[in-house]
Every structure is written in structure tokens, then in C-alpha cells.
Write a protein that binds this ligand. Structure first.
Ligand SMILES: [Zn+2]
Length: 254
């Protein structure tokens, strides 16, 4: 019984919390660096004491070990049930990724923040613009963003959420700088188009990708074929996240 409770608790604690893994988040930060204006880059360098966006991108996952940040746990994801819009959906009183990104952008734009506070808000923004582009961070509310979809990934136990967070990316064996170079291969027009969209559009794109994400074989054994059909989407979402992050930061600091 105790073991059962422990398992349930572990499942619960791990719900939606990770977002892209280490390499995914760093890739988003690295892509963004390359699209910052000179002015924004200088300002951000001061705020982050010389640390890069890639380096700070996982801070928001690290602080999950710190009780002082317990109130931030729900900010990594959002539930939008099938057939509903975000506006229609029931909101989590603890916050969600859409509301938090919108709030952080407006707080950073207003300015007048203590340096430590500004650095923390900036690090959160870098992380969450990554998360919202991971399709399973905009869940339909039935399976904890795919965490409950147990499956095999290359003959190891995993779940659908983890496949999208890190399994696919890690299995490609790229460093984050290599992956950033690979995904950041878009025209100026495309950059402009992506940067002209808003936070809710990004969430809606994640919703639209669900059909593809949940198209898994009946035996739940995922490997080469699933990766073959989904890798271009992973790359696209990392590129969009990085380029849009840069767009937001140029607007705040440019
Ligand atoms: Zn996250």
C-alpha cells in the first residue's frame, strides 16, 4: 500500500514538470542569442552577469528543488481541453504557462525591478517560451501532458511526455550548439513572420500538433519510425521558440 502511494505521489510530482530537457532548453537559448539586437544583448549580458541565455535556460527546472519556489510549479504548462480555446478553458488558480509568460513580459517591459528580481524573471521567460513550444506542455487534461502514456522508447521504459522533452533529442547525440546551428536555418521573412505572432498563437500551434504527437503504434514500442516522422517537428518547435524568445527580448530591451 505504501509503495503504491509512493508511486502515485512520484507520478504526481513529476507531472508536466520538465519541459524540454537540458539540451532542448539550451538550444532555444542559443538560437535566441543569435537573433538578439546589439542593444538587447548588451543589456541582457549585464542583467545575467555574463551568463548566456543557454546557460540560464534550465534554472527554472533547478529551482523545483527549492521550497521557496513551490509557487512556480504550475507555470510550466497549461491545460486546454480538446475543442476549447484557452479563453473558454477553466484556469488553474496556481497559474499556467500562458498567463505567466504574458505577465513576465509586461513586468519586464515596465522595468523598475531590483537586479536579482529582473534576472529571475528573465530566466523564467527564457525557460517558459521553450516549454510552451513543447506540444505536450499544452495538454488536453486527460493524461498529465502525456506523462501517463507509458511506452517503450528504443526498448527502455519511458512515457510520451518524456519522449518529447528529451528522449528524441538525446537520442540524436547532438550538443546544444550543434543542434542550435541545425535548427536555426530560416529566412529573414520567416523570422519576421514567427516573431509577429503572440503567446496564445504559440499555445494553439502546440494544440494543433497533438494529433501527430499521439499517433503512436498500438504496441507502444517507439523507436526509429516515430523519430523519423517527428524529428522535423522537434526542430521546428525549437527554432520557433528561440526566434520568438529573441523577438520578445528585442522588444523589451532593444
Ligand atoms: Zn519547464
Amino acid at each position: 500500500m505504501i509503495r503504491k502511494i509512493a508511486i502515485v505521489l512520484c507520478t504526481f510530482v513529476s507531472l508536466h514538470v520538465f519541459g524540454w530537457g537540458m539540451i532542448g532548453h539550451r538550444t532555444v537559448g542559443q538560437v535566441a542569442e543569435k537573433h538578439l539586437s546589439k542593444k538587447a544583448s548588451k543589456k541582457i549580458n549585464e542583467i545575467l552577469d555574463g551568463e548566456s541565455l543557454a546557460v540560464v535556460s534550465n534554472w527554472m527546472d533547478d529551482i523545483k528543488s527549492d521550497d521557496a519556489y513551490d509557487h512556480t510549479h504550475a507555470w510550466h504548462w497549461v491545460t486546454i481541453p480538446d475543442g476549447q480555446t484557452y479563453e473558454e478553458s477553466e484556469k488553474n488558480p496556481e497559474g499556467d504557462v500562458i498567463a505567466t509568460i504574458e505577465r513576465l513580459i509586461s513586468e519586464l517591459k515596465q522595468g523598475n525591478l531590483q537586479k536579482k528580481d529582473e534576472a529571475e524573471k528573465l530566466k523564467m521567460l527564457v525557460h517558459l517560451i521553450g516549454d510552451i513550444h513543447q506540444p505536450l506542455h499544452v495538454g488536453h487534461g486527460e493524461d498529465m501532458g502525456g506523462n501517463k502514456v507509458r511506452l517503450e522508447w528504443f526498448w527502455e521504459n519511458s512515457n510520451l511526455h518524456r519522449v518529447w522533452d528529451s528522449d528524441m533529442i538525446d537520442s540524436k547525440k547532438y550538443s546544444y550548439t550543434e543542434l542550435a546551428d541545425i535548427v536555426d536555418n530560416v529566412s529573414k521573412e520567416q523570422v519576421k513572420a514567427w516573431q509577429s505572432s503572440g503567446v496564445r498563437d504559440w499555445a494553439n500551434e502546440s494544440v494543433a500538433l497533438r494529433k501527430q504527437v499521439y499517433d503512436i503504434p498500438e504496441d507502444k514500442k517507439l523507436s526509429y519510425e516515430y523519430r523519423y516522422y517527428n524529428w522535423s517537428t522537434v526542430k521546428l518547435r525549437l527554432a520557433q521558440a528561440g526566434i520568438r524568445l529573441a523577438g520578445v527580448l528585442n522588444e523589451i530591451y532593444g
